[in-house]
Design a protein around this ligand. Structure first.
Ligand SMILES: [Fe+2]
Length: 169
């Protein structure tokens, strides 16, 4: 990690982190989609997969604009790695499929929340530096993440959680 001598250094480091998080989420989402039983949940993952590809594209555009070297596509993010590991263990443990679907939504929302927190701060830092174009691109990604999070909550409340609850003793 580079030393943090200016806010520009901090923002660049956050952008690299976000790119790693997106790339890793991109690789992990199909695993959650495959394990999910709910058709709606599966299609939400497919939709978010497309969004994530666009988000990576926007970040690549930002790297170019800032004259940064494009980071490796196989980069990993420590928090996303930990969440992916936890989710894989949960999915491997098996159990009732309705309950597993509820757990998959929970896992997906944890991932979203990490991204939302980082994008939220990155947008504010970009504004602080007067980087309007950068703030705009990052705000687009933030907006998509927030929409996905809200959709997941809606899906969980309307069908996934009640179905899982019906399985409880
Ligand atoms: Fe994302």
């Amino acid at each position: 990690m580079q030393s943090m001598d200016s806010m520009q250094d901090l923002v660049q480091s956050m952008l690299l982190d976000l790119y790693a998080a997106e790339r890793q989420a991109l690789a992990f989402m199909p695993k959650m989609a495959k394990k999910a039983k709910s058709q709606q949940l599966k299609s939400m993952f497919e939709e978010h997969q497309r969004h994530t590809e666009m988000q990576c594209g926007r970040l690549e555009e930002i790297f170019q604009q800032l004259g940064m070297k494009k980071p490796p596509r196989r980069a990993t993010h420590p928090v996303i790695s930990a969440l992916a590991k936890e989710t894989e263990q949960m999915m491997r443990a098996g159990g009732d499929q309705s309950v597993i679907d509820a757990a998959i939504v929970m896992a997906a929302q944890k991932l979203e929340h990490v991204e939302i927190a980082s994008y939220g701060t990155a947008v504010e830092f970009a504004k602080l530096l007067g980087e309007k174009e950068l703030a705009k691109l990052l705000a687009k990604n933030l907006d998509e993440e927030e929409r996905t999070d809200k959709k997941l909550t809606k899906l969980a409340k309307s069908s996934i959680n009640p179905r899982a609850r019906a399985r409880s003793n």
